[in-house]
Design a protein around this ligand. Sequence first.
Ligand SMILES: NC(=O)c1ccc[n+]([C@@H]2O[C@H](COP(=O)([O-])OP(=O)(O)OC[C@H]3O[C@@H](n4cnc5c(N)ncnc54)[C@H](OP(=O)(O)O)[C@@H]3O)[C@@H](O)[C@H]2O)c1
Length: 226
Amino acid sequence: MIALVTGGNRGIGKEVCRQLASHGYTVLLTARSRERAGSTAAELGENVRPLRLDVTSPEDIEAAAREVEGRFGRLDVLVNNAAITYDTWQSAVEADLDVVREALETNLYGAWRLTQALVPSLREGKRPRVVNVSSGAGSLTEMGGGTPAYTISKVALNALTRMLAAELRGSRILVNAVCPGWVATDMGGPGGRPVADGAAGIVWAATLPGNGPTGGFFRDRRPVPW
Ligand SMILES: NC(=O)c1ccc[n+]([C@@H]2O[C@H](COP(=O)([O-])OP(=O)(O)OC[C@H]3O[C@@H](n4cnc5c(N)ncnc54)[C@H](OP(=O)(O)O)[C@@H]3O)[C@@H](O)[C@H]2O)c1
């Protein structure tokens, strides 16, 4: 089984790579720095292979899709984990829209373009799953003000999850959004729970059985309100 994880060099993405490898997956640990992809993959063991991938680069995405197709001829798991700009410093009323646009390039368009490029390989997968790493910040039900760039990007990622799941229904590709909870990473800051706990729900969605859900939004394996 072959998995590709974006932003695999640190934080939750790195832990997802570690856990998928321990489930027996061959993991393509991707990172925007070739060096960090290499050193992190080496640290995680022989089932983990490095690949340079900046999700904002269409050229990188094309090259990654070609690499997956050429090397394996299929993909079983795609985890769209890479994200930026937890913008606690700004409000929707006064947001710098250039910052919002930049966040969307990674958090939405990066995940979207990469998924588009990999759907042909996913169609050949044995148990194909797409996991969009989202956030409770993207829940309309619970929404208040603040973190506008990040929040809008996760709302949009959730919408993308719904559309992809609907359009791919019947293809065997299950597409779900997962919130990892508050996790102690560079983005989450101190005080959050351990990365292993945050990654576990993502790995659950990446390894769902054939009769598993699609088009859902989960935290710790349980549905959360959109
Ligand atoms: N931590 C939390 O409490 C929390 C809560 C809810 C949701 N989440 C979500 O969980 C996911 C992982 O978060 P985290 O806490 O692990 O964040 P993190 O520690 O800040 O790590 C982010 C990762 O994304 C990568 N990345 C950023 N821009 C990229 C790009 N253009 N192309 C490829 N990779 C890129 C980073 O690479 P570099 O090292 O090169 O910067 C890094 O590997 C995100 O989707 C986040 O929104 C986190």
